[in-house]
Design a protein around this ligand. Structure first.
Ligand code: PMP
Length: 454
């Protein structure tokens, strides 16, 4: 029931709040959420929804965890803030815990957001290359359809069409190559050959640009926001080899893939990678407070440490690693461990994939791709041409799911017209009943939409 309070609040919302990436028309009001518990959220009208999109902001342990609120509260009472030019207990404990989770020797630099973490990584890589005498290395390579953040450097690395929107000129020295989007590989080519060809595109770019100009490569293990693009392991192995053989550092962006989503602690663990730098954010606190991290392998850090006074890393982030966020993050990792949520993600992901497999024969389903408890369903007009369905079709399916109490996402390349991948990424703490509800609703809504909407 839409009551007066709701009308009033919507009016105030429209008047005062500038929403992220969501131009609401007069007809479509934003959902005003008031509460969350487990995988479910409640809106101002008291309607409940299972939030199968929360995985994109990585509420991995679910909503309404009192322990997380308490961890932050206790810390705010005892020591609310001190900058990390000095130190404090939650940051030390969390850095130690993260190194353990990363299964390698890393040193942790804290910031506030995924974009921040990637910006720090770019600056570290450029400075490192200079400090070891490779003065002309400043360029980065990333993939089209990737998303690495909204600040100028991170946006420059981003490979979605929105980078070309109205914000140019971006930072110079950011180059892009084709992602291993096997579903759209050239006809007649095997998935394996295509994956190797896409890896080769990175080496070709390094060679053509001159390896002495290339500082780093940044990639997500699986492209998430750009439409759940899952590579073959051989692709990532080859990219790592290429980076090593050309003196190029490999930055792995774990902002979405990290903290259990993939069924392993980090997405890159599924592929046996040993990145030089790992960036992480959202799932670090399950989205409860802003916190991000740039983990740098020890060998690189040593080069910074050895420098004279004025060669240190000149990058400050006032609230990065603030004590309350670190204390909360530590508790979040404890919950993931004690409740076995990383393994649970793998199990739920397997079940979700199995149960959705029959959608393969649906006339609008071109491809279903999964990485742990993250699934993308690519919708096409025709299985032969693979032309994406209209945005109206995607929106109708999402809206019908929402009416029935299920929030799902859409991903792709927003401006380029590939906005056609339905995305499911529920909390890792989802119950068996939650999973049943997701599967039943998605199948039901898909069966009612076998044709395109005009
Ligand atoms: N990297 C990836 C893979 C992301 O998905 C995002 C956010 N969607 C970012 C970086 C940027 O994170 P933030 O919005 O916290 O700056």
């Amino acid at each position: 029931e839409h009551n007066r309070t709701a009308d009033e609040l919507e009016g105030k919302d429209r008047k005062h709040l500038w929403h992220h990436m969501a131009p609401y028309s007069d007809k479509a009001a934003p959902m005003i959420v008031t509460e969350g518990k487990g995988s479910w959220i409640t809106d101002l009208n008291g309607k409940r929804y299972l939030d199968a999109m929360s995985g994109l902001w990585c509420v991995n342990v679910g909503y309404g965890r009192k322990e997380l609120a308490e961890a932050a509260y206790e810390q705010l009472l005892t020591m609310p803030y001190y900058p990390l030019s000095q130190s404090h207990l939650p940051a030390i404990r969390l850095a130690e815990k993260l190194s353990e989770w990363l299964e390698g020797e890393y040193v942790i630099f804290f910031s506030n957001s995924g974009s921040d973490a990637n910006e720090a990584a770019f600056k570290m890589v450029r400075q490192y290359q200079q400090q070891i005498g490779r003065h002309s290395r400043y360029k980065f390579i990333s993939r089209y359809r990737s998303y690495h953040g909204g600040s100028m450097g991170a946006l420059s690395a981003t490979g979605q069409a929105q980078r070309k929107y109205k914000y140019e000129p971006l930072s110079s020295g950011f180059l892009h190559v084709r992602p291993p989007d096997s579903y759209r590989r050239p006809a007649g080519m095997s998935v394996h050959d295509f994956n190797l060809q896409c890896a080769q595109a990175i080496e070709d770019t390094i060679v053509w640009e001159g390896e002495e100009t290339i500082a780093g490569v940044i990639l997500e293990p699986v492209i998430t926001g750009g439409g759940i693009i899952v590579p073959e392991p051989a692709y990532l192995e080859r990219v790592q080899e290429i980076c090593r053989s050309h003196g190029v550092l490999l930055i792995v962006d774990e902002v979405i893939c990290g903290f259990g989503r993939s069924g392993r602690k980090f997405g890159h663990h599924n592929f046996g990678l040993k990145p030089d730098i790992v960036t992480m954010a959202k799932g670090l606190t399950s989205g409860y407070l802003p916190l991000s991290a740039t983990a740098v392998c020890k060998d690189i850090y040593e080069v910074f440490k050895e420098q004279e006074d004025y060669s240190y890393f000149r990058h400050v982030n006032t609230f990065g690693g603030n004590p309350a966020a670190c204390a909360l993050a530590l508790k979040n990792l404890e919950i993931l461990e004690t409740e076995g949520l990383v393994e649970r993600a793998r199990l739920l992901g397997e079940r979700l994939s199995e149960q959705l497999a029959e959608l393969d024969s649906h006339p609008l389903v071109g491809d279903i791709r999964s990485f742990g408890f993250l699934t993308g369903i690519e919708l096409v007009k025709s299985k032969e041409t693979k032309a994406p369905v209209s945005l109206a079709t995607v929106k109708k399916i999402m809206a019908t799911c929402k009416e029935r109490g299920l929030i799902i996402g859409k991903n792709g390349d927003t401006v380029a017209g590939f906005n056609n991948v339905l995305t499911l990424a529920p909390p890792l703490s989802s119950t068996d009943e939650d999973l049943d509800f997701i599967v039943t609703t998605v199948k039901q809504v898909m069966s009612e939409n076998e044709k395109e909407t005009d």
